[in-house]
Design a protein around this ligand. Structure first.
Ligand code: ZN
Length: 338
């Protein structure tokens, strides 16, 4: 073989390898498991919601965020996929009553499905509903039949779910069972109050709810809390971890998402919330994550709350890069939808 040909072949090989690597990097394989989009109706309702909570809107609250915006953002961070959680439950929130409520709920779920369908190999849609509404089961059934949804998102705080109310628990059992029957992944924002007993709430969850959705996956958002990592959140997690690892009791279908666990403005010097006394969030968080098992922890940003790269950096500073890399590699096998 002449030197010229050898050089040519070597150059070709380098080129091929480079393009292969580039394609790999460009595509990525990571998933953001907690994302919200917003159309103009949600932007408007969002303003009412913020007003009801006495909060001032930020610039992001007025932006329309659709599938294109999300895909651009995933590409920039070299992520491949995202789970889009519908905001339909806002329309059933007791905090912001709307006219033609159920029509608006349906519209919002359908819009979310349509956005995900535009990039069907990369985006998965989660429907949502206030589980206490009379139309809740009907809407879950409708969405499940459409086969456009991977899961169902519930927000216990926004829907004013109270696990100490037996009627709420019995309604939730029906919702869990229906999600289970249709193999919809249940994605739950669990914490519902500022003054919140994490231990007792989690005990009700493992004793009276979890068993109704054994054949599907349950993802607990924000590690069970609602932003930051404080002692009530840690106490709720402790109960759930015990349930997960009790032999034969089920619980292997439980997953936890890391979104909002570290405050979005921690880069500006804010530390994770500290509990009273000697309890230390920075020490408790990695310990609890280790007990859960890294394979059941999912990376999520709760975007537009924060973007992928800054949140990854925050997590790396709290948990260390190797652990975050391992968490990023996790995938959840799902049955429903696409
Ligand atoms: Zn969220």
């Amino acid at each position: 073989m002449s030197l010229y040909r050898t050089n040519m072949l070597a150059a070709l090989l380098v080129l091929l390898l480079n393009s292969g690597l580039k394609a790999q990097v460009r595509q990525g394989s990571y998933t953001d498991y907690h994302v919200h989009l917003q159309d103009s109706a949600t932007v408007q309702l969002g303003f009412s919601m913020l007003k009801a909570f006495g909060q001032a809107p930020t610039k992001t609250d007025s932006l329309i965020l659709n599938a294109d915006t999300l895909i651009e953002r995933l590409n920039r961070a070299k992520f491949n996929k995202a789970w889009i959680l519908s905001n339909a439950y806002w329309y059933g929130s007791p905090f912001t009553p709307v006219e033609n409520e159920y029509e608006e709920v349906k519209k919002q779920n359908d819009w979310t499905a349509a956005q995900a369908a535009r990039y069907a190999d990369r985006l998965a849609a989660f429907m949502s509903v206030n589980p206490l509404k009379p139309y809740a089961l009907k809407e879950i059934e409708r969405c499940a039949d459409s086969k456009h949804f991977t899961g169902l998102k519930l927000h216990f705080a926004n829907s004013k779910v109270n696990l100490f109310d037996k009627a709420h628990v019995s309604q939730l059992q029906k919702v869990f069972a229906l999600a289970n029957e249709n193999r919809l992944v249940l994605f739950i924002h669990f914490r519902n109050a500022q003054d919140w007993n994490g231990k007792t709430n989690a005990e009700i969850f493992v004793k009276h709810l979890a068993a109704f959705a054994k054949e599907t996956k349950i993802v607990i958002a924000h590690l069970g809390g609602w932003g930051n990592y404080d002692k009530p959140t840690d106490e709720a997690l402790k109960v759930m971890v015990t349930y997960m690892h009790k032999n034969g009791a089920g619980g292997n279908n439980l997953y936890f998402d890391l979104s909002a666990v570290l405050p979005a403005n921690a880069n500006e010097g804010r530390q994770p919330a500290e509990g009273k006394g000697s309890w230390n969030a920075a020490a408790a968080l990695p310990k609890r994550i280790g007990q859960i098992g890294l394979d059941h922890i999912l990376f999520g940003t709760d975007w537009p709350l924060i973007d992928i790269d800054p949140y990854t950096r925050l997590l790396e500073s709290a948990l260390g890069t190797p652990i975050v890399r391992e968490i990023l590699r996790n995938t959840v096998p799902v049955d429903a939808g696409k």
